[in-house]
Design a protein around this ligand. Structure first.
Ligand code: PNS
Length: 167
């Protein structure tokens, strides 16, 4: 049977850390679906449609990876896809507690689903979408930390400054 893994997240925006992780996963699963949560309480910088477009650009060259969005419970979405694995990244010990809570809640809701944690490359261990948004807002360079299309989208969103990569 084909092993389908769902990599859920906010991806606001996608970073090279997310991409490092999904590349690793693409070598281990038959299909990996990066799924953006639609109904989040927090106000995102990019709309779901914008995030889908940025993600699609970013994963275009990675085999077996797809992009989608979902509403409601993650485990219900996995059931729709007949997927058995939730994929999450752990950058540091500090990520572990909340990730373990989510994994255990998902196990309670759907015992047939397994959460698999992967570690991104150490060069991305400090990287988060929140920090990317902050650095972009304040005009810092994000070269090497996000895909070029994301850098362009951030530059456009924040009006662009000379410190950011010229587009
Ligand atoms: O990128 P994020 O913000 O860390 O992703 C969080 C996400 C989307 C994985 C999480 O909020 C989620 O799965 N939400 C769906 C709602 C759900 O199923 N909640 C109960 C289990 S934790």
């Amino acid at each position: 049977m084909k092993q389908i893994a769902v990599y859920p997240g906010t991806f606001d925006p996608v970073t090279n850390g997310h991409l490092d992780l999904v590349r690793r996963a693409s070598e281990r699963f038959d299909r990996v679906v990066m799924a953006i949560l639609e109904n989040e309480d927090k106000t995102p910088l990019f709309t779901v449609e914008e995030r889908i477009e940025l993600l699609k650009f970013a994963v275009a060259d990675i085999p077996r990876v797809e992009v989608d969005s979902f509403n409601g419970l993650l485990v219900d979405y996995l059931r729709q896809l007949n997927a058995g694995v939730i994929l999450r990244g752990i950058r540091a010990v500090s990520d572990f507690e909340s990730e373990m809570q989510m994994a255990m809640m998902n196990r309670k809701l759907a015992p047939e689903v397994e959460t698999v944690f992967l570690l991104p490359s150490v060069e991305y261990s400090f990287l988060s979408s929140r920090l990317v948004r902050e650095v972009a807002r304040l005009g810092g360079s994000l070269t090497g930390l996000v895909p070029v299309e994301v850098e362009q989208a951030l530059c456009k969103r924040f009006g662009g400054t000379e410190k950011m990569a010229p587009i």
